[in-house]
Write a protein that binds this ligand. Structure first.
Ligand code: C5P
Length: 473
């Protein structure tokens, strides 16, 4: 079990996909709405486009969207699911026995696929889908096996993996596992440049103080989201913000200045009694898309992922898919505006979330209920930022909730320490959601659920109990 087996699974299935295309089949692609979902949907779409296969692509917020939509699409169309589906095999099989599915996913599989379906998932071959390869990576490896020309899509697979926060393979923020092989494809093709640096947001095009204030991964209390505090912090370190009349950007600072900022942040964070590991999270690999313009968020693969995420979480999924497929110009300007607005909203939400009075500490979990104050589409990004901020205790997972109509969206995140102790949030969310007539699933470190509003309290109690059981072995 491992990469060899996974590669041969991909090669075998890619031959079958090629046969479907040669037979003139049409396809309906459904992709999930986060950065990895939109990237994987775009990769599958470009693959089909290049083979001149007829297809429709559409984003889906949840499995329910897909179950509802399938009957409205052409009957004989082959359905490709990217970044969603592996966790819901039984439901799909029971509802759509007569359909052919191609599932390209990295979530923990649950149930059995139908006969003659193509189900490609790293977990089936003992490869860790939460950390070693994302759905975009899976879609990329399939596209590459269908045609070598699709190596040009390797940077999009890197964007998807970073969108799913898979850059955790070493002490530094870096992609490892199969993702590293994809990075190598992209570097060899001259499409990606990898370097070591401090990971400030907008490092190649934002004025330094704005880059610092816009950085939320890691979340720097007091500075993230506050331009005024960022300016006064940089002034206190005597960092020159302007050169003549022009704002300087982070990428042009010299090593000495970068060191001054890093050490200054370290001092600032420890003076507030936060752990130094927050600042260490700033060190990592920068993945730059060499063919993109310096002044756009597409230059830096992490920012590209933020842009896709913003499109996906604001009802502009189509825009994200178009950008990931290669559209620029007017569409890119529109996507950039969406990103700015999304980041502004997110920093407002984070202000609410970091206040401890909004947390409920249960026996085994920390719950934060945003009610209707927080847009349910922002919960997932907010919980990722908060869980990587080191503001929360490491020994309890975070469950964040937001209400929309009569449904509640839950987003759960756990530390690696808890995973090593045996916690699997994907299982927790699935079991707890099932007990209250909802749906849930995901990865060991990050999972989600959708449940009825009336069962919210019961759901949290179930999550607390199941987490307690898992952690006690
Ligand atoms: O929604 P959120 O980002 O918190 O979800 C974390 C992970 O769990 C994502 O990869 C998402 O696709 C997955 N998930 C799932 N089933 C759900 C909700 C989320 O597999 N019902």
């Amino acid at each position: 079990m491992g990469y060899g087996e996974f590669t041969s699974l991909i090669n075998d299935y890619s031959n079958e996909i090629r046969k479907f295309i040669e037979r003139g089949s049409s396809f309906t692609v459904f992709c999930h709405i986060d950065a990895d979902g939109l990237s994987s949907g775009a990769i599958a779409s470009v693959m089909l486009l290049r083979e001149r296969a007829p297809f429709i692509v559409r984003a889906a917020r949840s499995i329910d969207d897909i179950l509802e939509a399938i009957p409205h699409f052409p009957k004989d169309s082959i359905i490709i699911l990217t970044d969603i589906g592996s966790g819901y095999l039984d439901i799909l099989r029971e509802k759509f026995q007569d359909k052919t599915f191609i599932i390209l996913d990295h979530h923990q599989p649950e149930g059995e696929p139908g006969k003659n379906w193509i189900h490609i998932n790293p977990h089936l071959c003992g490869v860790d889908g939460a950390r070693e390869v994302s759905s975009s990576g899976v879609a990329y490896l399939v596209a590459k096996a269908v045609s070598e020309e699709n190596i040009s899509l390797s940077p999009v697979a890197v964007v998807g993996a970073l969108g799913d926060l898979q850059d955790k393979s070493s002490e530094k923020r870096e992609l490892g596992g199969l993702n590293k092989l994809i990075v190598e494809d992209a570097v060899r093709s001259g499409l990606l440049k990898v370097s070591d640096d401090l990971l400030f947001y907008g490092r190649s095009y934002r004025p330094i103080h704005l880059a610092l204030a816009s950085t939320t991964s890691p979340y720097i209390p007091g500075i993230s989201g506050s331009e005024a505090h960022a300016v006064s912090f940089l002034n206190s370190l005597k960092i020159k913000l302007k050169e003549d009349d022009r704002w300087r950007v982070f990428a042009e600072l010299d090593e000495e200045e970068k060191k001054t900022i890093y050490n200054g942040l370290m001092k600032y964070i420890t003076s507030l009694n936060f752990p130094p590991s927050i600042v260490k999270e700033l060190i990592g690999k920068v993945y730059e898309l060499t063919k993109e313009e310096d002044w756009t968020p597409l230059k830096d693969a992490r920012e590209f992922a933020s842009l896709l995420n913003a499109c996906g979480k604001t009802g502009n999924e189509w825009l994200g898919i178009a950008i990931a497929m290669g559209s620029r110009g007017e569409l890119l300007l529109q996507a950039q505006k969406t990103l700015e607005e999304y980041k502004r909203k997110l920093s407002e939400i984070l202000d609410f979330l970091i206040r401890k009075e909004n947390w409920q500490e249960l026996k085994h979990i920390i719950a934060i209920d945003g009610g209707t104050t927080i847009d349910e589409r922002m919960v997932s990004s907010a919980s990722s930022i908060l869980s990587s901020s080191e503001l929360l205790p490491e020994d309890k997972p975070l469950i964040m909730l937001a209400t929309s109509g009569d449904k509640v969206k839950a987003s759960a995140r756990a530390s690696i320490k808890l995973i090593r102790k045996g916690l699997n949030l994907g299982l927790v969310m699935r079991k707890a959601a099932e007990r209250v007539n909802g749906t849930g699933g995901g990865h060991d470190v990050a999972a989600g659920a959708e449940i009825p509003l009336a069962k919210k309290t019961m759901f949290l109690a179930e999550v607390d109990t199941i987490v307690g059981e898992m952690l006690s072995g």
